[in-house]
Design a protein around this ligand. Structure first.
Ligand SMILES: CC(C)(COP(=O)(O)OP(=O)(O)OC[C@H]1O[C@@H](n2cnc3c(N)ncnc32)[C@H](O)[C@@H]1OP(=O)(O)O)[C@@H](O)C(=O)NCCC(=O)NCCS
Length: 128
């Protein structure tokens, strides 16, 4: 049986009926957008400024997500470049199952954000 990671989740949300695809499962695009929001929170905290998403890599949907699943998104800084920051993302769900709670890792991905100035140009990240 899997457990949630010990660290704090960046985002925790419940999948709702409005987020389903034609088959009645949670739409992958909904999960990608939540992951992008979570990654941008980690990146913004680190750079203490404005960031934009420049790439979403290796997005792996491991298991389906269903309505009422509680989705927890975890993010770790993997690499800080001159103006870019690579965030490793892991997504878990908690699901009520016959009096128990099932915990499953449902997705992982790598997102890259770029620190930008007021004109939208890349700006060096200050060392922390
Ligand atoms: C992000 C953006 C400002 C980068 O501009 P750019 O002219 O490509 O900048 P550079 O080539 O100088 O690259 C800047 C950094 O981004 C990184 N980068 C650029 N494209 C990348 C890619 N596809 N994947 C990973 N990193 C990338 C570069 O390696 C560089 O990193 P470093 O400074 O740490 O070495 C520009 O591409 C942009 O505005 N994109 C749109 C972003 C956006 O609107 N996102 C939301 C979409 S809805």
């Amino acid at each position: 049986m899997q457990e949630l990671p010990a660290e704090h989740a960046i985002l925790r949300i419940m999948a709702r009926p409005s987020d389903v695809n034609a088959q009645g499962d949670i739409f992958g695009g909904w999960l990608m957008s939540q992951v992008d929001i979570a990654g941008s929170i980690v990146a913004t905290r680190h750079v203490k400024g404005r960031v934009v998403t420049v790439s979403a890599n290796n997005f792996h949907f491991i298991r389906p997500v269903f309505v009422s699943d509680v989705v927890s998104i975890y993010g770790q800084i993997q690499k800080v470049g001159t103006s870019s920051i690579l965030i490793d993302i892991a997504v878990y769900i908690e699901r009520k199952a016959e009096g128990d709670v099932l915990v499953e890792k449902v997705a992982d991905a790598e997102f890259v954000y770029v620190n930008i100035d007021k004109q939208g140009n890349p700006k060096p990240i200050k060392p922390s």
